[in-house]
Unconditional design. Sequence first.
Length: 313
Amino acid sequence: MGVYIIFAAVIVFCVLTILLCRRYVIKAFNSIDTTLDRVLAKDERLRTEVTGEDRISKLVHKANRIMDMYISEAEQTAEEKEIIQGFISDMSHQMKTPLSGVSMYADLLIEGDLSADEQAEFLSRIKSSTEKLQWIMDSLIKMSRLEVGAIQLAPIDAGIKQTISDAIGNVIGLAIKKNINISVAEFQDVPLHHDRKWTREAIVNVLENAVKYSAVDSEIKVVVEPLPIYTKITVTDYGIGIDKNDWHLIFKRFYRGKNASDKEGAGLGLYLAALIMEKQGGYIIVDSILGSSTSFSLFLQNCKKQPPNLTIL
């Protein structure tokens, strides 16, 4: 008789255990289902709930992490989409004017009934517009390839004097047309860690900017100043200057200062210069007095000094 009682007690215990386990599993699955539903519904209250140390609390914690990742990726995607849309809009705006000019002057030439001087003038304007389009396209290609890392700069330890001389040689023709003198303060050549080709490009962009906004018969000064970690190359012009409110904006893509609307430009030169400097561990800053002068300072890393060779006897 006692055996039957024990057997019955065991059966009852097993049944109760199964029922309790089933209840726990159902509760757990319901909690998981509810938590996942709240994740899918992006319920922000889930993120602020106090959690303990049980398994459901750990699930809520992981769900919060999933929500954080999802929100972060969504925000990044939205930001990238906005950047791309802005880039396309800016590019379209910059290309619209020269394209319209080419179309208009081409129509006038096709219609005929123009004097030889008028034909020459319109052809000259078409050439000027196509050159501007070509410059914009070249700049966009350089910019995009630098941004995505398709172009890798190769800095070496080399004297900066030749790089500066080559850059000035690229803009001297533009300066002569406005009778602008580009002077370089005497300095001792110093080896700097830089990519000659792309550093020259950056300096050319700064010099072209200086020539563009300088008055006829003016001067542009170039000064090289060695510092403990960097060497500073300063290009100063005495043109229209830059409003202080624009200082933090002029290195942005397609941005043009408020007082530069009457000058041709795409707002890419300074952006490219800043990008090139950044890619080789340098940087560029501006200092300007509105209506008086502007100085762009490019900072390049000095070469690391090699320790002297010691002979151990």
